[in-house]
Design a protein around this ligand. Sequence first.
Ligand SMILES: *[C@@H]1O[C@H](CO)[C@@H](O)[C@H](O)[C@H]1NC(C)=O
Ligand SMILES: *[C@@H]1O[C@H](CO)[C@@H](O)[C@H](O)[C@H]1NC(C)=O
Ligand SMILES: *[C@@H]1O[C@H](CO)[C@@H](O)[C@H](O)[C@H]1NC(C)=O
Ligand SMILES: *[C@@H]1O[C@H](CO)[C@@H](O)[C@H](O)[C@H]1NC(C)=O
Ligand SMILES: *[C@@H]1O[C@H](CO)[C@@H](O)[C@H](O)[C@H]1NC(C)=O
Ligand SMILES: *[C@@H]1O[C@H](CO)[C@@H](O)[C@H](O)[C@H]1NC(C)=O
Ligand SMILES: *[C@@H]1O[C@H](CO)[C@@H](O)[C@H](O)[C@H]1NC(C)=O
Ligand SMILES: *[C@@H]1O[C@H](CO)[C@@H](O)[C@H](O)[C@H]1NC(C)=O
Ligand SMILES: *[C@@H]1O[C@H](CO)[C@@H](O)[C@H](O)[C@H]1NC(C)=O
Length: 518
Amino acid sequence: MATPLCVVFILVVSIRSCEGDLRFASYYGDHMVLQKSPERAVLWGHGPEGAQVTLTLSGPSKQNASVVTVKKGIWRVTLDPVEAGGPYNVTAAAPNCAAALTDVLFGDIWLCGGQSNMWLQTSKIFNASEELDFSAKYPHVRIFMAALNLSETEQTDLIQVEIPWSMPPANVAEFSAVCWLFGRYLYETLQYPIGLVESCWGGTPVEAWSSSRALQRCGLYRTNNSKDHESFADTYCKDCSLQTTGPKENSVLWNAMIHPLLNMTIKGAIWYQGEANAVYHQETYNCSFPAMIDDWRVAFHLGSGGQTALDFPFGFVQLSTYEKGSKSDAFPNIRWHQTADHGFVPNSRMEKTFMAVALDLPDAKSPFGSIHPRDKQDVAHRLILGAMAVAYNEKNVSFRGPFPKEIIASAPMSVNITYDQEVSVSPSKDIFEICCSGDQTPGGPESRWVAAPIMHWGATTVQLSTSLCPLPDKVSAVRYAWRDWPCDFKACPIYSTSGSLPAPPFDKPVSSQRKPGV
Ligand SMILES: *[C@@H]1O[C@H](CO)[C@@H](O)[C@H](O)[C@H]1NC(C)=O
Ligand SMILES: *[C@@H]1O[C@H](CO)[C@@H](O)[C@H](O)[C@H]1NC(C)=O
Ligand SMILES: *[C@@H]1O[C@H](CO)[C@@H](O)[C@H](O)[C@H]1NC(C)=O
Ligand SMILES: *[C@@H]1O[C@H](CO)[C@@H](O)[C@H](O)[C@H]1NC(C)=O
Ligand SMILES: *[C@@H]1O[C@H](CO)[C@@H](O)[C@H](O)[C@H]1NC(C)=O
Ligand SMILES: *[C@@H]1O[C@H](CO)[C@@H](O)[C@H](O)[C@H]1NC(C)=O
Ligand SMILES: *[C@@H]1O[C@H](CO)[C@@H](O)[C@H](O)[C@H]1NC(C)=O
Ligand SMILES: *[C@@H]1O[C@H](CO)[C@@H](O)[C@H](O)[C@H]1NC(C)=O
Ligand SMILES: *[C@@H]1O[C@H](CO)[C@@H](O)[C@H](O)[C@H]1NC(C)=O
């Protein structure tokens, strides 16, 4: 037993003798979680040029020490795969220096990004005090938060850390509620450590989080119209206490708050953003959002030396609500664009993604402005269903609300919608709307949207009346919940029978004939 004591002694002495010279990158720290097997965790840091750095792992499982050389001030090690568990100590040692991380666990790392609804802290949501008390029961869910910083150039390391790796309940109050709850529910299911990395900023458009490569694909690279940059905060949050003004310039948050993280191995990402794009490049969000996901995937894969999956799972929250009674179609358009105009995910454009529908969780009385609903528990629960199905390949998880499989004109004066699953329906006069085709005669009716009351419904079908159209048998399209604030709390007309998940909004053409064989 003499040897371990001796090692500890040498370590203490040597740390003192080379303070600051050899260190881990900003986002490696005591109490952290590193990505478990089958992936290999990447560790890196700064050190004196040319020094040989020996990295050792001590804890429940053993692996040989790795020796690497510091080049351009950076050393980097890819560990052998380590199974979930811990605690481990990780030591990086050079001839006269050492740096150590203690109480390190191996598990799954999830990155949490977006704007103020991701940023909204656990201390601000419904049942906050219960959630905070409860957090102490989850010592294996660990949290870390990057500070708000921007940069004109791609940074190697974070400029500043807001919350160093912490064990609950420490710092959970100031941590993203959606991210925390997602991690906690994930732990309840998986029963192994979860590491949560929050990097988000209120009031920011997707362009700020995208590299120039991603923006270029959507023709957004050269856009720099300062008129476009008028404050979103003024539009959305006149009198609320949250940080809702953020930078809008292309790539500045990608540069400072995402690029430094690329070399860490991660399991997946979740994202809550889009409000800012309701008033900024709304029409290109169907390109810019999927392009950002594609680009992050490639960049994290390359940055981790192939450890982070090239198609890592990406979950997001579809926009909730903002202004009751609003006629603006900005939120409906962004909700649709969040799915690359498919209405549901995953789809052919957005593979390995999952979405929490949130348009039925309005909160008119939120002290942080109605754009920041306080029910984040349901949001996180819906994300977890998607994560279990898409990220953890669990079969039989019902994670999507009902979506139309077929919409056909059904004479006289009706349209039949067939859903892809069983629906539970409450009657509504106006949540469905139909596009009444005009005729070509001068002075005749023009195309327009009118309400289409629900007439009948079955296990998987809903029949709508078209009687409010001037030409009731000429209906070209149907849309559902195409409003900023379509329903009261958990009271939309269409939910899934299994799982009570809300139907996402859609805007789809009507087929005039039943397809053969259907
Ligand atoms: C990690 O280091 C601490 C001292 O910093 C020590 O008390 C502990 O036993 C070590 N744990 C392992 C698994 O080596
Ligand atoms: C450590 O290295 C030795 C010699 O290269 C090798 O035989 C052994 O399998 C390695 N052990 C582990 C745990 O990787
Ligand atoms: C960014 O980082 C610096 C530290 O380098 C800090 O002083 C500053 O307050 C940070 N935040 C913002 C919003 O720039
Ligand atoms: C965009 O415009 C701002 C303000 O006019 C300027 O400071 C910035 O350098 C411009 N960025 C690019 C990429 O042209
Ligand atoms: C994106 O949406 C716009 C309308 O806002 C549409 O004109 C365009 O065709 C869509 N692009 C893609 C790639 O779906
Ligand atoms: C992170 O990965 C990228 C891409 O492989 C590489 O260019 C960069 O140097 C890496 N940074 C560090 C600190 O290892
Ligand atoms: C808050 O707690 C109450 C009582 O346990 C519960 O009924 C309610 O659903 C909780 N609210 C949320 C948003 O979780
Ligand atoms: C999936 O669910 C169905 C019906 O509930 C059940 O019959 C089937 O065994 C389940 N399959 C798996 C793999 O759990
Ligand atoms: C439309 O739905 C109604 C009520 O469920 C049903 O009676 C009718 O046959 C359907 N029409 C077509 C064309 O499927």
